[in-house]
Write a protein that binds this ligand. Structure first.
Ligand code: FES
Length: 399
């Protein structure tokens, strides 16, 4: 109050002339169309990345290594930078069926700065998208991808100086080892790589070369069905981790198919590791609701085989149908409804949609909604199953 009383009102009279003088003294340069900070944000988080396949290298009958480069002719000059351990979502048009799938970047971030993303894609017995990619991508194929995503990245503030990686799948850890070897990240990496036998140890040569070149990287191989000198036997156990772990605190990251992840979680809890020290890769695409013991169709409720989904996008409303064993996103895609997706694992919230009516089910550990989502009725269609006819509103999306 005292400050206000001491103000001299006559000084306000000079504000306008002072401002006009400053305007006329300023150079007549036009304002930039894009501010540098916005250009950097767009470079780091592009809505879409337009890429081209530049190298295809089959590895045995099941795996193919692809290198992707930016396609300036379609608007992508540079690849988005990423933290080692990230994924990208690939948008696919399989003979008119539009969908997406998420794949881990196996190259280091340093390679992205040089214009290359590397993916390893595996053929599955009943796989639709991965098999289609393996059968169709050639050098020159045009690819549309999302920005990099995922949370299994090293953070010096949160993580220990050593990260122990439990690898049922090696893709993300190859990228992390590359980043450590190139000096992009500074921590000690101990990879415990589990496979049935030596013939399933993918990219072993590259891993060994990285470990030989950098004393911060150590790789321990363990085989579940082969006894071989120089290799641990019996897979990943709490005992094996205790033997390789350093003194003091360390973080643990794990990545692999669902049965491996379940085992890794059990081992982590046996070791008494607090959740803040553990981190895992995206849980991945869900396939059949009946697979989950907690699916309500197995217990308290009769779930119809077919469900109707009434979906509102802006001012357009339509009703589509599909199997109650498929996720809501899968039903929408199968009916040609353009629906947003990125992680397809309940983690990124890109598909976040309002559920107006009906019962739904999302299994653990895909259930990552916040309290406010439950309170205001929001779901992630990418990892949610309809238990009856439902009504939802989804954001507008264009492939
Ligand atoms: S696509 Fe990421 S939460 Fe659904």
């Amino acid at each position: 109050m005292a400050i206000l009383k001491n103000l001299d009102p006559s000084k306000f009279g000079s504000i306008v002339p002072a401002r006009e003088a400053a305007f006329s003294a300023a150079p007549a340069n036009p304002l930039p169309e894009i501010y540098p900070v916005n250009a950097i944000a767009k470079q780091l988080h592009p809505e879409k990345q337009y890429l081209k396949v530049v190298k295809v290298q089959p590895m045995g009958p099941m795996f193919v290594v692809y290198e992707l480069a930016p396609d300036p002719e379609r608007g992508t000059e540079k690849l988005a930078w990423f933290k080692a351990g990230s994924c990208i979502c690939i948008y696919l048009d399989i003979d008119g069926y539009k969908t997406s799938r998420t794949y881990t970047l196996t190259s280091s971030p340093g390679k992205a700065a040089n214009g290359i993303y590397r993916l390893i894609i595996m053929r599955f017995p009943d796989g639709k998208c991965s098999n289609w990619i393996v059968d169709n991508w050639k050098v020159g194929t045009e690819v549309v991808a999302s920005e990099p995503l995922g949370k299994m990245n090293y953070n010096p503030i949160r993580d220990g100086k050593t990260v122990i990686c439990l690898a049922g799948s090696i893709n993300a850890f190859l990228s992390m080892a590359g980043a450590v070897a190139e000096g992009i990240d500074d921590y000690n990496l101990i990879i415990i790589y589990e496979a049935e036998s030596t013939k399933f140890l993918l990219m072993k040569e590259e891993l060994d070369a990285l470990a030989a070149a950098c004393d911060k990287i150590k790789v321990v191989y363990t085989l579940t069905a082969e006894d071989k000198e120089g290799f641990e036997k019996g897979g990943i156990t709490a005992d094996l981790i205790r033997r390789v772990a350093p003194e003091g605190s360390w973080s643990v990251f794990y990545s692999g198919p669902p049965p491996f992840s379940m085992k890794a979680k059990a081992v982590i809890s046996e070791l008494g590791i607090e959740p803040k020290w553990a981190r895992n890769e995206l849980n991945g695409e869900l396939h059949n609701a009946e697979f989950f013991p907690t699916w309500p169709g197995k217990h308290q409720m009769k779930v119809p085989d077919t469900v109707n989904i009434t979906v509102k996008i802006r001012d357009k409303v339509q009703t589509v149908s599909g199997s109650s064993r498929d996720t809501i996103l899968q039903i929408l895609e199968a009916n040609g409804v353009a629906a947003p997706s990125k992680c397809r694992s309940g983690e990124c919230s890109y598909c976040h949609s309002k559920l107006n009516k009906g019962e739904v089910y999302c299994p653990e550990p895909w259930e990552m909604r916040k309290e406010a989502d439950f309170k205001y009725g929001y779901i992630h269609p990418c990892c949610t199953f309809a238990l009856e006819d439902i009504e939802i509103e989804i954001p507008y999306f264009q492939y």
